[in-house]
Design a protein around this ligand. Structure first.
Ligand SMILES: [Zn+2]
Length: 108
């Protein structure tokens, strides 16, 4: 896999979008007001097809990491929650296991 691979996705034309939307509308009843939304969604999906996944935004902790652990509480770097049991918080609130939470920078 190379980052410089050239996309082979054909150009997206209004006709292509119309064809997809048309086929969808035939089989799925949608409100007229939703057609524009559907067109936008189809177009956006097509445009994003050939592109590499958007680079992940650098994660910014809710608080500076140095201030995330205090004698009285620890702070969740994901959401800024404060408490004593970060392990339970990241599991219940963010669905993270202890193994994953160490990867996202949460204190154990
Ligand atoms: Zn949190």
């Amino acid at each position: 896999m190379s980052d410089t691979a050239v996309s082979s996705v054909p150009s997206i034309t209004p006709a292509l979008v119309a064809k997809i939307v048309g086929n969808y509308v035939v089989k799925n009843k949608i409100a007229p007001a939703e057609v524009a939304t559907l067109i936008n969604a189809v177009h956006h999906s097509l445009v994003s097809l050939g592109k590499a996944a958007a680079p992940e935004q650098p994660r910014t902790p809710a608080v500076p990491i140095r201030r995330s652990v205090t004698p009285n509480y620890v702070v969740c770097l994901e959401c800024g929650w404060r408490g004593n049991m970060l392990r339970r918080h990241v599991h219940t609130r963010h669905g993270l296991t202890p193994e994953i939470s160490s990867e996202v920078g949460a204190a154990p």
